[in-house]
Design a protein around this ligand. Structure first.
Ligand code: IPM
Ligand code: MN
Length: 361
């Protein structure tokens, strides 16, 4: 199969972890006889430096032409005091919207080898296996009006949380479809005791549930969800929620499983005629400028994102399983980066990438 992939390393550790993800991708492509066509592009802070904006037109063009996009991370501290419109993060929001990848899938799984790295007691974390389905193209991230205006005491700021019925319906459907291939349970997370947006959200989720009588549905308010993730994370199978709540609870989920350096994500959009999903694949962690350039970053989330890409965008389940299996082998071997607290000397970022390649059988 021909795999036509755009690579956007971005900023900070994004560059280092993406290099290892690409190494694994090349290894798998060679092993399973696929032809790989990689194109590299600019997004985020590096794009601002080189082109003046975080999401250059050239990157938009490349993303539209390729089958799938692999992304590192965006964000640089030098832009911290700049308006959201001009920040590196705007590039990420721009490409998510341009590709129409409305469903962000963030699996949280407790690996046996990492149980001691979890901040939770072992008996709470054992057996945790959930997927957070975060709406990614709408909500307060994109709603208008937005902005800061006025001066002095009259200075004010506004953001708008917005969801339309079709936007809720398609993400709910994605969650129920995923649940059918798992433990058949969807937990809807909202704030319907306060927000009208959440009331519509819950109503539409309930309607969609009518088409999936084989899937159990329950509802949690987002504050309670944050608590249940700590108290009883095993209760979750598929979590469906809006853009902002999903951003927050998925970081919480990530750390439960041992390290945010482990969590991969797939952002998928409409199906192409070929049956493959349009997709953008990225680790959940950020650019971590404090550790950039030191070869200490954990590349396993980026490598896991490659597995997600092969599965969702190309339907290559066997190849994806080879990578996730290799990740588990590497975790068990203890050749891991410092964030996972190995017993001996921590491995470097390239050493972990190398170890994953060697473990692919
Ligand atoms: C994420 C990140 C992004 C988000 C930022 C970098 C814009 O935190 O992917 O979770 O908020 O979506
Ligand atoms: Mn986030």
């Amino acid at each position: 199969m021909q795999l036509n992939i755009l690579v956007l390393p971005g900023d900070g550790i994004g560059v280092e972890v993406t290099a290892e993800a690409v190494r694994v991708l090349q290894h798998v492509a060679a092993k399973f006889n696929h032809t790989l066509k990689l194109t590299e592009g600019l997004l985020g802070g590096i794009a601002i430096h080189k082109t003046g904006g975080p999401f250059p037109a050239e990157t938009a063009r490349l993303a539209a032409e390729t089958d799938a996009t692999l992304l590192g991370a965006v964000g640089l501290p030098e832009f911290d005091d700049i308006a959201p419109e001009k920040r590196p993060e705007k590039g990420l929001l721009g490409i998510r919207k341009a590709l129409g990848v409305y469903a962000n899938l963030r699996p949280v799984k407790a690996y046996t080898a990492l149980i001691d790295s979890s901040p939770l007691k072992n008996d709470r974390i054992e057996g945790v296996d959930m997927i957070i389905v975060r709406e990614l193209n709408s909500g307060i991230y994109y709603g208008t009006p937005r902005g800061i205006s006025g001066e002095g005491d009259a200075e004010q700021a506004v953001n708008t949380m917005y969801y339309s019925r079709p936007e809720i319906e398609r993400i709910a459907r994605m969650a129920f479809e995923l649940a059918r291939n798992r433990r058949k349970k969807v937990t809807n997370v909202d704030k319907s005791n306060v927000l009208e947006v959440s009331q519509l959200w819950r109503k539409v989720v309930l309607e969609v549930a009518g088409d999936y009588p084989d899937v159990e549905l329950d509802h949690l308010l987002v504050d309670n969800c944050a608590m249940q993730l700590i108290l009883n994370p095993r209760r979750f199978d598929v979590v469906v929620t809006g853009n902002l709540f999903g951003d927050i609870v998925s970081d919480e989920g990530a750390v439960l499983a041992g390290s945010i350096g482990m969590l991969a994500s797939a952002s998928v959009g409409p199906k192409r005629p070929s049956g493959a999903y349009v997709g953008l694949y990225e680790p959940v962690h950020g650019s971590a400028p404090d550790i950039a350039g030191q070869a200490t970053a954990n590349p396993l989330a980026a490598i896991g994102s490659v597995a997600a890409m092969l599965e969702y965008s190309f339907g290559l389940k066997q190849e994806a399983a080879a990578i996730t299996g290799a990740i588990e082998t590497v975790l068990n071997s203890g050749r891991v980066t410092a964030d996972l607290g190995p017993e001996g000397e921590p491995a470097t970022t390239p050493q972990v990438g190398q170890a994953v390649c060697e473990a692919i059988t």
